[in-house]
Design a protein around this ligand. Structure first.
Ligand code: PMP
Length: 439
């Protein structure tokens, strides 16, 4: 309708209430690499929505699949009944996961996927008679969504402080792996500190009995807290230590899954296989809310077999395997395959990295980190006003027709995998021009 909406009733996520209302920017439509705002301006999408529209916006085959689905079967639960596409979607997701992680639980978001994976880890140990394994280990600056499980293992202090009295007990945090003194301007995995950072896990284990620890959860590449790359050897070492102590390793691939690094998963990209992988976002190109967990077969068998005659795994969502989600998943995975988008991301990552690292020397830039089609450009914070400079860059880029994301004082970029080289140039040239205008 042509009547402008009342902006007062919607409670927006995080700090967006204040920031958005100071600069209301409304998107009206989207196609391919571009949004169009309500003023009719085209905005190049440098962030794939929120790291999720990996195949680009408004893809016709996905829209058509959703239409067909809405007309044929609007809803079917997964509670003792089902529908065929839920099984097809699980089979296709399993085919993209590392060898052995071929049991798939479907959710509606990354947060739900994380809470699901943590509960699965606890259920697995209980099923094997190791119910004392209840401790969980996350990482400082880890982001795992906003469920109580996710904020407990997450390493974002404002999130944790706000709910400190009711977080899960028995959670420790590994140090984060961001080290500007050794690893500034990393292109690909930083060289320094992999084993050093991972050995902190041995120190945590030494504080407790290893047999009380259920799982370690990390993002292979931490996205939302500023694009923090895993140093060489780090993930391998975490895998070796967890395996040695019978602790499950969970990779939260909500951002890295489905092509972001030029492979189906970060696990495949780094050659390290965890026990569980959480995913969401790119699994259905953000066409509808969907996510899930890929689980090593032995975990499924232990939990479900142990359940004979009892409650197997008291967990599931009304919208697990929602028909609109499975339609979106199947049509999205077909697009990724038909257009070779993961390979495309890999072959573009060189040009993308070149363009990002060309910002070295631009005003305020203290670090640049790139891997696959992800870039983090870290700015020197304004004294006493962390995040303010990056927020201004975000605002000015939008005014120049480019959508970026900022987190703290890092500008994060994660364009759709269909981006063209000229658009890569436009993205970084706009950021460069804006950095020269910001004080
Ligand atoms: N885990 C990771 C690694 C994420 O990046 C996110 C969202 N950015 C989440 C979990 C939470 O996902 P959602 O917002 O869909 O709940």
């Amino acid at each position: 309708s042509s009547v402008a909406p009342d902006l007062s009733h919607l409670w927006m996520p995080f700090t967006a209430n204040r920031q958005f209302k100071a600069h209301p920017r409304l998107l009206a439509s989207a196609k391919g690499m571009y949004y169009t705002d309500t003023d009719g301006r085209r905005i190049l999408d440098g962030t794939a929505g929120l790291w999720c529209v990996n195949a680009g916006h408004g893809r016709e085959s996905i829209v058509a699949a959703l239409h067909r689905q809405a007309e044929t079967l609007d809803y079917a639960s997964s509670f003792n009944i089902g529908h065929e596409d839920s099984f097809r979607a699980a089979t296709e997701i399993a085919a993209l996961m590392p060898e052995g992680l071929d049991r798939i639980f479907l959710t509606n978001s990354g947060s739900e996927s994380v809470d699901t994976a943590l509960k699965m880890a606890l259920a697995y140990h209980r099923a094997r008679g190791e119910g004392q394994r209840t401790r969980l280990i996350g990482r400082e600056r880890g982001y795992h969504g906003v469920g109580f499980g996710g904020i407990s293992v997450g390493g974002i202090s404002p999130n944790r402080k706000a709910f400190s009295g009711v977080l899960l007990p028995g959670v420790d945090h590994l140090p984060h792996t961001h080290d500007l003194a050794h690893n500034a301007f990393s292109r690909g995995q930083p060289a320094w500190g992999g084993e050093h950072f991972a050995d902190a896990l041995e120190s945590i284990i030494a504080l407790h009995d290893a047999s009380t620890i259920a799982a370690v959860i990390v993002e292979p590449l931490a996205g939302s807290t500023g694009v923090l790359l895993p140093p060489k050897g780090y993930l391998e070492r975490l895998r070796a230590i967890t395996e040695k102590h019978g602790i499950l390793l969970i990779f939260d691939e909500v951002i890295t899954g489905f092509g972001r690094l030029g492979a189906a998963t970060a696990s495949e990209f780094f050659g390290v296989t965890p026990d569980l992988i959480t995913f969401a976002k790119g699994v259905c190109n953000a066409a509808v809310p969907a996510g899930g967990v890929a689980v090593r077969r032995g975990i499924y068998e232990a939990v479900v077999d142990a359940a004979e005659g009892g409650i197997e795994f008291f967990h599931g969502y009304t919208f697990s395997a929602h028909p609109m989600a499975t339609a979106a998943i199947l049509s999205t995975l077909e697009l990724y395959r038909d257009e070779g988008l993961f390979e495309r991301a890999r072959s573009l990552s060189g040009a993308f990295g070149d363009a990002a690292h060309a910002l070295k020397g631009a005003p305020h830039v203290i670090d640049i980190r790139t891997l696959g089609l992800v870039a983090g450009i870290e700015l020197e914070p304004r004294p006493g006003r962390p995040g303010a400079r990056a927020a201004e860059v975000f605002n000015r880029c939008f005014d120049q027709g480019v959508l970026v994301r900022y987190t703290g004082d890092t500008i994060a970029l994660s364009p759709p995998l269909i981006i063209e080289e000229a658009q890569i140039a436009q993205l970084f040239e706009t950021i460069s021009a804006v950095l020269h205008t910001v004080d």
